[in-house]
Design a protein around this ligand. Structure first.
Ligand SMILES: C[S@@+](CC[C@H](N)C(=O)[O-])C[C@H]1O[C@@H](n2cnc3c(N)ncnc32)[C@H](O)[C@@H]1O
Length: 312
């Protein structure tokens, strides 16, 4: 079953024309990547040999707001009943990796009162700190929350080793040149029996389908440019490698991997365009022009994320 077939199977109705448009836009995204200079080779992308060129999205105020909006939109996807159960049961100590502008913290700290200590680790923490200190004044002064600046591709800090009942991250390993080191970091933070919860995306399956073939090609071009840009310091298709990396690490048991198809909506189309627009500053105006045209010809979105839940 193709990705499109899987995702449309959850939609209410879809016409043959929509189905065929969806198939062709995915094929367009996949073919430009395969034909392009940055051909996706899953093994080498998991360990790209080029030098890191930095975090593709940057840490501007606009990006910080984008992350908060995106977090809110994806909340029903991330916080399913299953994840809620884990956070409620054995998570008095949580370590979040790549915590960014705090979208998970806002939700988790208010929802799960049983969490006594939450450590938010981010490579760019000093850039996020000002805003986070305002938002989380009480949690920081009570020491329920601490903000750590650290690169999760480096060895885990001694004081975090074995600290957490749960290690949690959303959309982070895809930004690492060496994601296996991030997995090692996660395992090092966990107590024996602790639980890893991670979400990663895959731009191979991040389509916007319209009834206009030219717009479909244009969107595929944005995705191609974005993937080429992220490639140097990460892997835009990491959702495809995530399960394999966790399994091969040999650090976890009871590994459950799930592909989650996001429902088709204009909101998700806008989310995808915001991601592209933030990273492809040189194409920002083109993306905005595309967004305007999209309103009249939008058919569907096809977005798939990978969720891993595993025990140490
Ligand atoms: C796409 S953002 C996701 C932020 C947050 N998890 C969310 O869902 O809103 C990726 C985050 O990973 C962080 N990051 C990237 N490389 C990192 C590294 N090597 N070590 C720690 N954090 C890193 C970035 O600074 C950024 O905050």
């Amino acid at each position: 079953m193709s990705a499109i077939q899987k995702s449309v199977s959850t939609a209410d109705t879809i016409s043959a024309a929509e189905f065929s448009a969806a198939e062709s836009v995915l094929a367009a995204i996949q073919s430009v990547q395969v034909e392009g200079a940055k051909k996706p080779d899953l093994q080498s992308m998991a360990n790209p040999s080029s030098d890191a060129v930095g975090y593709v999205h940057g840490v501007s105020q606009t990006e910080q707001s984008r992350l908060l909006e995106q977090g809110e939109l994806l909340r029903p996807v991330v916080y399913s009943a299953e994840i809620a159960k884990i956070l409620e049961s054995h998570s008095s100590r949580v370590v979040e990796l790549g915590s960014g502008s705090g979208t998970n913290m806002v939700y988790v700290l208010s929802q799960y009162v049983g969490i006594r200590r939450y450590t938010a680790v981010d490579f760019n923490q000093d850039a996020y700190r000002g805003q986070l200190e305002k938002t989380f004044q009480n949690e920081l002064s009570s020491k329920r929350l601490s903000l750590e600046q650290a690169d999760i591709q480096q060895p885990c800090a001694e004081h975090l080793k074995g600290e957490a009942g749960t290690v949690f991250f959303t959309w982070v390993l895809e930004h690492l040149k060496e994601p296996k080191k991030g997995i090692q970091y996660a395992a090092d933070c966990l107590q024996p029996g602790g639980c890893l919860i991670g979400f990663e995306c895959d731009w191979h399956v991040a389509g916007i389908v319209t009834s206009d073939a030219q717009l479909n090609q244009q969107y595929a071009g944005f995705v191609q440019s974005f993937c080429a840009k992220q490639q140097g310091s990460g892997n835009p298709h990491y959702g495809q490698c995530f399960e394999q990396d966790v399994r091969e690490s040999g650090l976890f048991t009871e590994i459950q991997s799930q592909k989650i198809q996001l429902e088709s909506s204009m909101q998700f189309a806008n989310m995808l365009l915001n991601i592209l627009s933030g990273a492809l500053l040189e194409s920002k105006e083109e993306i905005e022009a595309y967004r305007q045209k999209l309103l009249d010809v939008f058919v569907s979105t096809h977005v798939e994320v990978t969720r891993i839940v595993a025990k140490k």
